[in-house]
Design a protein around this ligand. Structure first.
Ligand code: NAD
Ligand code: LMR
Length: 339
């Protein structure tokens, strides 16, 4: 265990060049992709990572060679399926981040990605359950509302599921919410901390603007809520068929990974991030996974925060999210449990 001063200094140095002594092995699966490359670049700057292990079906040797010249202390290795590459990439991992999978094109919903991405995530989860069953698994691949249950079911079947260690990465929703509110209220993003709960698609993304400490007109609430719920579509349309958010997602994914490492490696207390996890909050209504703010600790999920006070408008948003979430979660579970 670390003394408080050491903890603080480790956390402050989490983006410095020298690796801390108990730093982690972190794998990025899908590391040659639009998110994978900038995410890996950002993670190469973390002193809480000793070994950055990059896996993709193509191109990771090149990405790894390139990143390995950056003079921070972590080792970088690149792996492809050849020569048991996935096993090599995963063995000994403390954290696995999964941005592998296809992105949307204009006109598609995230659920339209299910047919392709469900099997990609399932196969990667099977490998994680075998080669690094104790690793924290961070799922970026869409549709997150279904891919998280897919990973859970795979781990469950392998007898290694620990709900404290499985996270759907919803950080981009709060990153966007913060930025959009800061523009409307003309304040620093530091003063625009927005709680977003639910899931990661359209109406399942539920911003709780009433908890922000700012006041909004009814028009502003409606416009901001819509923009936060459908921020991903803005990027998909602007990229015009070439993909979805990659750079902002890499930023958000690095923020979440780093927060988890601060809690698990550096022993920092009070680290809170929103994330889609196995949760009792709406379990009575049949929703097994739900995103809220979660305190991260040495073992992963330390404490799931309550939703808190919501107003009537936000309650209608929650009511709309629940059936969609239930169906997305059931679809993921059924994919693994089908005969
Ligand atoms: P991309 O196509 O640029 O990259 C995906 C990478 O995955 C490619 O390099 C591809 O080779 C790799 N890949 C495919 N099958 C694989 C397998 N079996 N094993 C390992 N790697 C494999 O796509 P992208 O823009 O990086 O997006 C990736 C995923 O992230 C998409 O599903 C997208 O919808 C999702 N996404 C999620 C969020 C979020 O907030 N959670 C945000 C943005 C994008
Ligand atoms: C996002 O929110 O940007 C991602 O989920 C990608 C997408 O498909 O919109």
């Amino acid at each position: 265990m670390f003394a408080t001063r050491q903890i603080t200094s480790l956390a402050q140095r989490s983006f410095s060049t020298s690796a801390s002594s108990n730093a982690a092995k972190v794998a990025v699966l899908g590391a040659a992709g639009g998110i994978g490359q900038p995410l890996s670049l950002l993670l190469k700057q973390s002193s809480l990572i000793s070994h950055l292990s990059l896996y993709d079906i193509v191109n990771t040797p090149g990405v790894a060679a390139d990143l390995s010249h950056i003079n921070t202390d972590s080792k970088v290795t690149g792996h492809i399926p050849k020569d048991d590459g996935l096993k090599e990439a995963l063995t000994g991992c403390d954290v696995v981040v999964i941005p592998a999978g296809v992105p949307r094109k204009p006109g598609m919903t995230r659920d339209d990605l299910f047919n392709t991405n469900a099997s990609i995530v399932r196969d990667l989860a099977v490998a994680c359950a075998e080669h690094c069953p104790k690793a924290h698994v961070l799922v970026i691949a869409n549709p997150v509302n279904s891919t998280v249950p897919i990973v859970a079911e795979v781990f469950q079947k392998a007898g290694v599921f620990d709900p404290k260690k499985l996270f759907g990465v919803t950080t981009l929703d709060v990153v966007r919410a913060s930025r959009f509110v800061s523009e409307v209220k003309k304040v620093s993003t530091e003063d625009a901390k927005i709680t977003v709960i639910g899931g990661h698609s359209g109406v399942t993304i539920v911003p709780l603007l009433s908890q922000s400490g700012h006041s909004f007109t009814e028009e502003e609430v409606k416009a901001l809520t819509k923009r936060i719920q459908f921020g991903g579509d803005e990027v998909v349309q602007a990229k015009n068929g070439t993909g979805s958010a990659t750079l902002s997602m890499a930023f958000a994914g690095a923020r979440f990974t780093n927060s988890l490492l601060e809690a698990t490696v550096a022993g920092k207390k009070g680290v809170v991030e929103p994330t889609f996890v196995k949760s009792d909050i709406f379990a009575a209504q049949g929703v097994e996974y739900f995103a809220t703010n979660v305190e991260l600790g040495a073992q992963g999920v330390e404490k799931i925060h309550a939703v808190g006070k919501v107003n009537a408008y936000e309650q209608t948003l929650i009511d709309a999210a629940i059936p969609e979430l239930k169906s997305n979660i059931a679809k993921g579970k059924a994919f693994i449990n089908k005969a």
